[in-house]
Design a binder for this molecule. Structure first.
Ligand SMILES: *[C@@H]1O[C@H](CO)[C@@H](O)[C@H](O)[C@H]1NC(C)=O
Ligand SMILES: *[C@@H]1O[C@H](CO)[C@@H](O)[C@H](O)[C@H]1NC(C)=O
Length: 165
């Protein structure tokens, strides 16, 4: 192996030495800003694999913030009457319907859909952790959710809701 080229080594050392000065007072700890969750796009379609107490389902989520609505189309595993629709409106009304059974009900949920930046206020950064093979930033919001976001692409990878049930 050829000897390590000296100019490169010198450059690396210089970079190391220069870093503390770039960050301000050399006695300060390195300034690593705490990552903040990336807001959701105002409209998107996502495919979700959901696990509710071992009850698995595949869902399409259409999120529409300008339209004030959120649609989940859910297929429970082996369910003969799939799909099941959950349409949430920003005025606090939700509709749950199963066209195969011509069944429908509505509910006054009382809250609207999630804002695109719903996670940031009050979220605690828990650090990095792997999820589904991705290196993720992790945040928690008290008694509500743990949220994993791919550190590289800033896309959500996984979240765990606590329903309290
Ligand atoms: C599990 O899924 C079935 C549909 O396959 C549904 O009828 C049932 O209510 C679900 N159970 C729970 C606990 O969510
Ligand atoms: C909320 O909006 C939906 C869709 O426009 C409507 O069907 C529903 O009646 C509204 N609910 C209330 C309480 O206004």
């Amino acid at each position: 192996m050829p000897p390590f080229p000296l100019p490169v080594l010198a450059a690396v050392l210089l970079l190391c030495l220069a870093t503390p000065h770039a960050a301000g007072n050399p006695l300060d700890p390195p300034a690593t800003p705490t990552p903040t969750p990336t807001p959701w796009p105002h409209q998107f379609h996502a495919k979700l694999l959901m696990d509710y107490k071992g009850n698995l389902s595949l869902a399409d989520l259409w999120y529409d913030w300008p339209g004030g609505r959120n649609l989940h189309v859910i297929r429970y595993q082996l369910a003969a009457d799939a799909p099941y629709y959950d349409a949430e409106w920003n005025n606090g009304t939700s509709f749950f319907y199963t066209p195969a059974r011509r069944a429908c009900r509505s509910a006054a949920v009382g809250v609207g859909i999630l804002r695109p930046d719903w996670l940031a206020p009050g979220a605690a950064y828990l650090g990095r952790a792997p999820a589904d093979g991705f290196d993720c930033h992790v945040w928690a919001k008290a008694d509500f959710i743990t949220y994993y976001e791919d550190a590289q692409t800033r896309r959500p990878v996984k979240w765990i809701f606590y329903t309290g049930k």
